[in-house]
Design a protein around this ligand. Structure first.
Ligand code: ADP
Ligand code: MG
Length: 699
């Protein structure tokens, strides 16, 4: 074996002179006691990389040598480096191992594992050397502890053979300790695979550094421990990593290497005069129709420009889209398709698949009772897209957290000892079913799905998918689905039986004709999106700004007085984001009028579906989100005034008969008036002291 404390001393004194001095200086001021060694830069070169290879193969011995060697080095401050740790980082990518590929051959080896932090426990001291005193003779006995949850006691007193002891915390040696759980990147999973996870134990100055949602490389030793069934040990082992160092990936992870060749293809595609149609035809092509939704999803994939305003206010660039609709209209299928093509996407259902649900949660750890902070889907989708099916079924804890997550793009957890703000910079694509089975055009959307008006207003676009019979469309849809199934059947046949009358190429051609394969190869589309997000930062042109203002004002002006505000600044920001996404999709540095027009068209479509007051035929956002239109609000005011006037004449409250008569005189017919009275009662504006009489709740 090459490694020895002498070799390491030599290595440090040759390559790490400055670092040794800096470490010595830091220690004097109570700083960290770690020396970081760059594997790729230094160890892979030193002695032709042989010392580095030994580290990977026999980390326990080699790290002990390195620590001893470090203690032997000298520095200008003449401070002893005894008790300092050597930590290794920046292993070559070829040495990185996927969590799912960890095997028995890796046990006790030094590895680098990359993943996203899913859980972290609190940082707590752990006893590494416990001192006990014998209850009989008082002798102090020390016991070295391993990283089990339970405290190891001495077997017996070496002096008097007594077997009872008292633990002495003050004379024991502790170290800060934390357990984290990392899991594979969502984007590395192929459709439907469950992410694999592994626990990492971090100690000393490695603790308290990472948060759930962080992307990290953990360098350390794989340890295995027999599973336990009660007090019995089993043959099967659980593995974890004993962390030696942890690297937090600050930079946006380079999911894709974009070669010069790719770049040429990307720029060529951007020139295509049917670019938008092509991209739309590349999203869930087996799903017939829904072009508006597909365009909205395309814009969502590119996203607007996240920005910090000069006064420090941060505005999200991520676009949130909600699909509401009848059962069986392909909402779930669309979400699943987007999950397949979108980089960094996380798919979940409102009910959630883990305890953390959609956002994040603090729970007691099952292993050692420590408080644990666990990331949910939106935190794991940081810098990506979260696909939440049946979002209306989400848990109550998630409802309040979602407000913050969608607008501020953070998730705050304050519970027990844990106080954390996690990042959730993701776009949300949600799907919801109507409460009463089917969507009813004549009832406001807010009354039909289990999402609060405030949450609904955080979506940039909401689409309603209804399933109304329409012979022409139904026939086309049926033909499309049948064609897709037919080709699917033929593909299966080809896969299972060798002698068939057609080839794979024939089927590809058929699929292309039937438009059930994406117009753009998904791999190229992914690269195209990554390239656009990384390199294109469009700025609003003067004309584009004016067009947005005009449209906004035209929507606003439909309100006749200030009490009703049909469109809010939220919608204005949505317009800007969508227009930026449209420019990005074209790889353009400028948001043009065409971008704005494209976006106005789609925003109008969305508003027409959800925000047209059936009484007036006008767009009214309040109608969509609160279920009360301006015309309704006007009538409610009239009814309130009537009740108030009548109340002064009748001590029992305003009689219903009288209210209806007065309302009639003001042009509100009886059916409407009764309906409004019911609504006002539900909203707590009025109450009935007795059947048939009304009083104002607040005057
Ligand atoms: P939802 O989630 O809206 O209830 P699903 O996504 O589960 O509906 O869709 C039900 C089935 O109907 C799926 O197999 C889907 O492929 C099919 N389907 C529905 N609408 C279409 C469409 N427009 N084009 C192709 N297939 C469709
Ligand atoms: Mg569904």
């Amino acid at each position: 074996m090459l490694s020895s404390s002498q070799i390491w001393k030599e290595f440090f004194e040759t390559y790490y002179r400055d670092e040794l001095n800096r470490l010595a200086d830091a220690i004097e001021f109570g700083g960290n006691k770690s020396l970081y060694v760059d594997y790729l830069r230094d160890l892979s070169i030193f002695m032709e990389g042989r010392l580095g290879e030994e580290l990977l193969e026999k980390p326990d011995v080699v790290i002990a040598h390195a620590n001893e060697g470090l203690a032997l080095t000298e520095n200008i401050y003449d401070v002893s480096l005894e008790g300092c740790y050597v930590r290794f980082y920046n292993l070559p990518t070829s040495k990185r191992i996927l969590i799912r590929n960890l095997r028995s051959e890796h046990i006790s080896k030094f590895v680098a594992v990359e993943g996203i932090v899913r859980k972290v426990t609190e940082v707590r001291p752990r006893v590494v050397k416990a001192a006990f005193s014998c209850t009989k003779c008082g002798k102090v006995v020390e016991v070295i502890q391993d990283d089990e949850a339970t405290l190891k006691q001495p077997y017996e007193c070496p002096a008097c053979k007594n077997k009872r002891f008292i633990f002495l915390p003050d004379e024991s040696l502790s170290i800060d300790s934390q357990r984290i759980r990392i899991q594979e990147y969502p984007e590395n999973l192929r459709g439907g695979e469950q992410p694999q996870q592994i626990d990492v134990i971090l100690e000393g100055d490695l603790t308290g550094k990472v948060n759930p949602g962080d992307r990290v490389i953990v360098n350390g030793i794989i340890r295995a421990k027999p599973r336990k069934l009660g007090s019995r040990q089993l043959q099967h082992m659980d593995i974890h990593i004993e962390g030696n160092s942890i690297e937090i990936l600050q930079q946006e992870y380079e999911e894709f290497e974009i070669t010069e060749e790719d770049k040429k293809r990307i720029l060529k595609l951007a020139e295509d005069e049917n670019l938008f149609e092509k991209i739309v035809a590349s999203i869930a092509p087996s799903i017939y129709g829904h072009e508006d939704i597909k365009l909205a999803i395309a814009l969502q994939l590119f996203g607007g420009v996240p920005k910090k305003l000069p006064d420090g206010i941060e505005i999200r660039g991520d676009i949130h889209v909600l699909l509401v609709g009848d059962p069986g209209v392909a909402k779930s299928q669309i979400l699943k398709y987007v999950h397949r093509i979108a980089p960094r996407s996380v798919y979940t259902t409102g009910k959630g698949t883990t305890t953390a649900g959609l956002t994040a949660t603090a729970t007691r750890d099952e292993f050692d009772g420590r408080w644990t902070l666990e990331a949910g889907a939106l935190v794991l989708a940081d810098k990506g897209i979260a696909l939440v099916d049946e979002i209306d079924k989400m848990r109550n804890e998630d409802r309040s957290a979602l407000h913050e997550a969608m607008e501020q793009q953070t998730v705050s957890v304050a519970k027990a000892g844990i106080n954390a703000v996690l990042r959730a910079r993701c776009a949300l694509l949600g799907a919801a079913n109507p409460k009463y089975g089917r969507f009813d055009k004549y009832t406001p959307i807010a009354e039909q799905i289990d999402l609060s008006p405030t949450l609904l207003s955080r979506f940039d676009l909401i689409f309603v998918l209804t399933d109304d019979p329409d012979e022409v469309r139904d026939r086309k849809l049926a033909e499309h689905i049948l064609r897709a199934h037919e080709i699917g059947e033929k593909l299966e046949k080809l896969r299972n039986i060798t002698s068939v009358e057609y080839t794979r190429e024939d089927l590809d051609r058929e699929s292309e004709q039937a438009k059930i394969i994406p117009a753009i190869d998904p791999e190229l589309l992914r690269k195209y999106i990554a390239y656009a997000k990384k390199t294109v930062f469009p700025v609003l042109s003067e004309e584009a700004k004016n067009r947005i203002i005009d449209f906004y004002i035209s929507l606003r002006s439909r309100a006749k007085d200030n009490s009703a505000v049909p469109v809010t600044a939220r919608q204005l920001e949505a317009l800007i984001r969508l227009a930026e996404a449209s420019a990005r999709l074209r790889l353009s540095d400028v948001v043009s009028v065409e971008d704005v027009d494209r976006v106005i068209k789609i925003v109008k479509k969305s508003l027409e579906q959800i925000a047209v007051d059936p009484e007036t035929g006008e767009i009214d956002i309040d109608y969509a989100f609160t279920g009360t239109s301006k015309s309704q609000r006007d009538r409610i005011l009239i009814l309130k005034r009537i009740i108030e006037e009548l109340e002064s004449n009748y001590s029992k409250g305003a009689p219903e008969e009288e209210i209806l008569r007065a309302a009639q005189e003001e042009g509100i017919d009886e059916v409407k008036a009764r309906d409004l009275l019911r609504k006002m009662r539900e909203m707590g504006d009025i109450y009935s002291p007795r059947e048939g009489y009304y009083k104002l709740a607040v005057k």
